[in-house]
Write a protein that binds this ligand. Sequence first.
Ligand code: ASP
Length: 437
Amino acid sequence: MNSVVVTKFGGSSLADASQFSKVKEIVFADSNRRYVVPSAPGKRNAKDTKITDLLYLCHAHVMTGISLDDVFKHVYERYTGIVNDLGLDFDIQKHLGIVKKDLEAGASKEYAASRGEYLNGLILAKYLGYEFVDAKNVIVFNNDGTLNSKETDELLRNTLRNVEKAVIPGFYGADKEGNIITFSRGGSDVTGALIAASIEADLYENWTDVSGFLMADPRIVENPKAISRITYKELRELSYMGASVLHEEAIFPVRRMGIPINIKNTNRPEDEGTYIVQDTDEKECKTITGIAGKKDFTVISIEKAMMNSELGFCRKVLSVLEMNNVSFENMPSGIDTVCVVISDSELKNKTDKIVEEIRRACDPDSVVVHPNMALIATVGKGMAKRKGVATRIFSALTNANVNIRMIDQGSSEMNILVGIENDDFERTIRAIYGAFN
Ligand code: ASP
């Protein structure tokens, strides 16, 4: 069957010549893989440095009036090494020379960073025999640095309509004046998603160095199971709570078009990986899909007799947060109590000021601050309409001797959130994982 697949490879998948040859094998194994999006060469080992970081460093050197020669040498060696080891007849030195000159002449930070993908894209296009489409001609940014989705969509569609097979570097585009603009770090995922959406691809493959999403963080749970199918909504819940494989903004363009994403492992292409899909079959889905959590929250707990009958009480509390430019995470409430859960990175050192202002605005009986809290989300579409899920979580936590400070279940019945002490974080994740596996 003829379908169109957009295939993005992350930095570790293109870190050296041997990774390039795996990529070629993958691309050539399926003629539907017509549009390939590369990242810049990533780390070859734990101590290595990503090309993007070296390029940022080159720019910083120039800005501080230091020669970039020493740093650029590493960039030069990486790319010439890849081309030589692949035995490619390609004058990468010429392109490296242009980039170096531009950097020395004071090119922007975003231009500097984008060259990682640009140079890798040139090499990959040559190696695959695909056309090279420069992202600066198809990904359009507004003058304020935000993406111009409409123009990008049109340009991509019109350009790729006439191109059978192409390599389009990830991570950057340009504004109307031609200045290079980048997405935030990891942004090649976004480029791939935009391309897939614009041409209404059948599949967006995202090749990396793990075989998809795992049910829990492998640094906490030993050998967690892989997730074979997950809905966009579940993924959003888990990513928000700290699980990460894909750039957050990469979900929206493909989700809108109902295009599935398949996270695959370049080093183990035979593994099925994780499919991120619009919906999963209720009968097929497991009770829980994954567990993720974040540390360092503060809970401000406010108590006042007859709070339930006082109109506008919560609004007053939230106005104090708004006036202090602080957004909150969660707001569980009881008859005479309401709590606001706030990330410490939001709160900074404003706690005392906020407490004082809540006292003044709401005249409560008490305001108590609980610092050092963690939030853990157990996510799964399969928990809706299934009985006993919460019981399993809470019994597991009782057995693990974890004190639950807060509980919240989203109305979508897809997420049970528990608030615990930071110190109980790892123990809680292991206990919940154990209860369902
Ligand atoms: N090379 C860029 C980075 O390191 C973008 C990407 O890899 O997606 O963040």
